[in-house]
Design a protein around this ligand. Structure first.
Ligand code: BG6
Length: 515
């Protein structure tokens, strides 16, 4: 792993340079890296797009983007005017050979001007169907062949199914070596997600209880209040399982479930995560119906506003069978996790935007407290709050003050906002910085991508064979369809439904079995 002081002169070429991702995420992240001094002095952003706009208009539009989306709020004018000097807008047709010759000229001239061969990063901020084409052009033009200095960054979705993911891997690996390919899963760049590794492997306290002997169940919730927004043309072909479970949620399971790696070397970490993916139990078709629930939102209310049903959204057909919600019960079949259910739930237009992982521990083996006191015995819980609240909470029993022995659950809370003064970087800042440093630890390797698809394919196949009978099946503003409650209630548990995971737990949040 390299350090920031070792950043080399870099040319970052963004294909889709005036697209939504660049506007909302990439330029704001690069601006923040610049302000924090995390960009090399010799740095150029080549924003490649088809649009006929001047450099001035491009800069103006992206200045507004930074004002709108940067975690710092409005851009500092002086900083921005220094930063924008690093941006070059290149109008080009990415399907045409000549565009790559033109880019090559810029690379060569810049190398000459800087008097050294700069690193080249090719960022694919384009629709997935362009990736193969751009990669092939890069290969043909011979401008991406240096294994140490040239990298390609590929956004999700990585394939639409196992076969298309394998095809894309084959094409990319025919042009680049695996260590040049950075497949992004932006969840891995989130501070709180990276902190799972620190929490588990930088503390001696928790690892001894991190297994089936002490843990009863795990819940992963990634719920959103937004609907499909303006992304129906993508989402209609994706759905919640492809959009969230195949990538973000399986990666969270890996971080919670993996064995300790020998160090943080990219392949050591990724090998351990791959072992978890290998061990996740596969569903036969009949098991899919028992372990996975799908849903689609109907109309309802979000934050006091009435919102449309999914099938009334723009570019969505009335008969759409796309799931906007999925809940599942997974198992990791290995020595550490045998028999511990991992419940995952994700969806759009749910009651709260909140992502958390809660680890529920087993009850004490023998209860010494009188029965009236025991009624209040909650199981221990550990909650990783990923967003919007950021922190970790440990929920345990203590004696209530007073003359008699009565128990009261209390919480120990680590809250980022109380513990750290500076704002955490956005996930894209972390990930762009890692690409520049050549550190692939937080990126997906080809075998991880393919193994994730192998887990998900039986679900997708079973659902195609058996279309949903009654969509929509949950109201916007609810926690999803009743079948998702039934899935977990079947095992004697309840969804924790933490709206504010760092607040004190109320009894209602814990299942009847646990009271
Ligand atoms: C993206 C999905 O990967 O993650 C979106 O395509 C989803 O549908 C988004 O809204 C959620 O990301 P975050 O960072 O807001 O939790």
């Amino acid at each position: 792993m390299k350090s920031i002081s070792e950043l080399e002169p870099t040319m970052l070429t963004i294909f889709g340079g005036d697209g939504d991702l660049t506007w909302r995420k990439l330029i704001p992240a690069l601006y923040n890296l610049f302000v924090d001094g995390f960009l090399p002095e010799k740095f150029k952003i080549l924003s490649v797009d088809m649009k006929d706009i001047s450099q001035k208009d491009y800069n103006k539009r992206h200045y507004e983007g930074v004002n709108k989306f940067s975690r710092r709020g409005k851009a500092d004018k002086k900083q921005w005017s220094k930063f924008e000097q690093h941006i070059v807008y290149v109008k080009a047709d990415i399907t045409n050979d000549k565009s790559y010759d033109d880019l090559n000229k810029i690379y060569n001239e810049t190398d000459k001007e800087w008097d050294e061969d700069a690193s080249r990063i090719f960022y694919m901020a384009v629709s997935p169907h362009f990736i193969k084409e751009i990669a092939s052009h890069l290969g043909k033009a011979g401008i991406a062949g240096n294994c140490d200095k040239h990298r390609i960054v590929v956004e999700k979705p990585f394939g639409h199914d196992l076969k298309s993911a394998q095809d894309l891997n084959n094409v990319l690996q025919g042009i680049f070596s695996e260590n040049q390919i950075y497949r992004i899963d932006h969840y891995l760049g989130k501070e709180t997600v990276q902190n799972i590794l620190a929490f588990r492997f930088a503390n001696a306290l928790f690892e001894p209880v991190w297994n089936r002997n002490f843990i009863e169940q795990i819940q992963i919730n990634v719920s959103e209040q937004v609907g499909v927004e303006n992304r129906a043309s993508y989402y209609e072909h994706a759905g919640a399982v492809r959009d969230m479970i195949q990538n973000h949620i399986l990666q969270l399971i890996c971080l919670i479930g993996m064995e300790p790696p020998v160090d943080l070397g990219a392949d050591n970490v990724r090998d351990k995560k791959l072992e978890v993916l290998h061990a996740i139990r596969r569903f036969s078709e009949d098991k899919v119906y028992k372990n996975v629930v799908r849903g689609q939102y109907g109309k309802g209310w979000i934050k006091g506003d009435e919102v449309k049903a999914y099938h009334d959204e723009e570019k969505v057909g009335k008969e759409s069978l796309t799931e906007t919600f999925a809940a599942a019960r997974f198992y990791i079949d290995n020595w550490r996790w045998q028999g511990v259910p991992i419940y995952v739930r994700t969806g759009k237009r749910l009651q709260e935007k909140t992502s958390y992982i809660s680890i529920q521990f087993k009850e004490v083996p023998h209860k010494i407290f009188p029965s009236g006191v025991r009624q209040l015995l909650h199981p221990n819980l550990m909650v990783f709050s990923i967003q919007p609240q950021m922190g970790i909470r440990i929920h345990f029993q203590a004696k209530k003050t007073g003359l008699d022995m009565r128990l009261k659950p209390v919480d120990m809370i680590f809250n980022y906002s109380d513990s750290y003064r500076n704002d955490p970087p956005d996930a894209y800042e972390t990930l762009l910085n890692d690409v520049m440093l050549g550190d692939a630890t937080l990126f997906m390797r080809s075998d991880q991508i393919e193994e994730s698809w192998r887990i998900i394919m039986p679900i997708l196949d079973a659902w195609v064979n058996n279309p949903p009978q009654k969509f929509p099946n949950y109201q916007s503003g609810s926690w999803g369809p009743p079948e998702a409650d039934a899935l977990i209630a079947h095992d004697g548990f309840f969804w924790h439904n933490f709206t504010q995971p760092l607040e004190i737990v109320s009894e209602a949040m814990l299942g009847a079995k646990n009271k």
